[in-house]
Design a protein around this ligand. Structure first.
Ligand code: GLN
Length: 265
């Protein structure tokens, strides 16, 4: 018998971590599922959330935060909650983490003011704010997704190089250890404005400095998350019904022209 498939979206600390329209990522996932007849439940993960609820999510979305809110979250994500978070990521639950969220997935974050705060240590990276009087990394950013096999899968799906267009606004600078970068910067600062890398990719985790919001501007990433989550949950090959993204394509083209990035689309 045909059964409606369901996706449960875990949304990390919605009231503390949703700067620069990051909730658009949740809405984008929700809509792209609903347009395909999939049922969606949004599960907010907050300071009150029980560990048992956290275990039920099929995909996780984490947004950005200012240093103060981020610190509250980092102090809450300890103990049993941290363990469950790590377990579900290691199991292969996909997630998209923006700006402040990747900082808390790393070993630590050193804010502009105050002491170093421990992160989950899930991603081999560290983030440091160089000081309140140092300029923030702000502006549009464009980068090519590079890790294998993600890059190949996206290239096959798109028929062209997977180029992410976003907007960044961060004071912290991120330095990768052994974790792979999510991509190579074409325009903008990326992780630290020095090494040309942007974000990180681990298991099925997409970590990036891109707000934007990221997913409506780059719907192929939303579809990769949905497909990966459903395949993991239902243990069958999933092919998503196509969605008419022609308006998004026009917006992307306009953006790339404005940023004078010509060769990619
Ligand atoms: N607090 C972090 C920083 O400034 C993250 C900012 C954000 O999420 N926009 O680096």
């Amino acid at each position: 018998m045909f059964q409606t498939k369901e996706l449960r979206i875990g949304w990390l600390y919605p009231s503390l971590m949703s700067t620069y329209g990051d909730r658009g990522n949740v809405i984008c996932l929700q809509r792209r599922c609903q347009w395909r007849g999939l049922s969606v439940t949004i599960i907010p993960i907050t300071q009150q959330t029980e560990v048992s609820t956290f275990k039920k999510v099929d995909v996780i979305v984490g947004g950005g935060a200012q240093d103060r809110q981020q610190e509250i979250v980092m102090r809450d994500l300890q103990g049993a909650k941290a363990e469950v978070f790590k377990d579900i990521i290691e199991e292969g639950i996909p997630g998209v983490f923006t700006c402040g969220s990747p900082q808390l997935l790393g070993h630590y974050y050193e804010p502009a003011v105050g002491r170093r705060i421990d992160g989950l240590g899930l991603l081999d990276l560290v983030s440091k704010h160089p000081g309140a009087d140092m300029p923030r990394c702000v502006g549009d950013v464009v980068f090519e997704v590079t890790p294998s096999p993600l890059a190949e899968a996206l290239r096959k799906q798109l028929g062209k190089p997977p180029i992410i267009i976003g907007f960044e606004n961060h004071g912290g600078r991120t330095y990768l250890g052994k974790v792979e970068p999510l991509g190579k910067v074409i325009k903008g600062y990326g992780n630290n404005g020095e090494d040309g890398y942007e974000g990180a990719f681990y298991r099925h985790v997409i970590a990036t400095y891109c707000h934007g919001p990221l997913l409506p501007k780059n719907p192929f990433i939303a579809d990769w998350l949905i497909q990966t989550a459903l395949q993991k949950k239902y243990q069958v090959e999933i092919t998503l019904d196509p969605i008419d993204d022609s308006l998004t394509e026009l917006a992307r083209k306009a953006m790339l022209e404005r940023l004078e990035v010509s060769y990619v689309e």
